[in-house]
Design a protein around this ligand. Sequence first.
Ligand SMILES: [Zn+2]
Length: 196
Amino acid sequence: MTRAIDTRIRFAKSVDEREAYLQGVRQLLGVPHAMTLQEKSSLPFSWAKVEVMKRSEWISFGGHTMHHPILAYLTDPSEAEYEVRESRTELERHLEFPVRSFAYPVGKLGDIGEQGVLSVQKAGYTWAVTTEGGINTPQSKPYLLHRFSVDVHHHWLTIAAKVSGVGKKVSSVYNLFANLIKMPTRLLRTYGSKRR
Ligand SMILES: [Zn+2]
């Protein structure tokens, strides 16, 4: 059931079509047709939280569309353009500084399509990330950058080695870093402070 709903909304030809379908599902399940207060409070973000993150100066922000449609499947190119452009405008309005980066919803190459890349270029973003795994080099396409996930519990040197692509070129250096994963963070901290 969940998979059937997911497939249907994933390949929606427009945001309206997706929302109409979801309304139907809500009706069938007998749940309120509007978002409940409880649902609202469980949303991942609020502008107040964004403001706190902005003030920390540790976090940067990028666009991700207004309604999270999968850009390649939208029938109307102007809808794809609106979703991408408006997300930038809205963010800039709140943040009061330029937004240059974009992350494609879902983000595999098939979900982005030519239409996705064009919309991002037209909206004036400088670069965009996919969810295709891998490192980036100067030859990478700026609107189709690769990413991979990292575990925040891993030592930062391990993450640095992975990000730099050292692992692929010099396996012995990578192995040295990779072994750091196995050491408890506490031990690494002690070792680090003794060295200073
Ligand atoms: Zn997303």
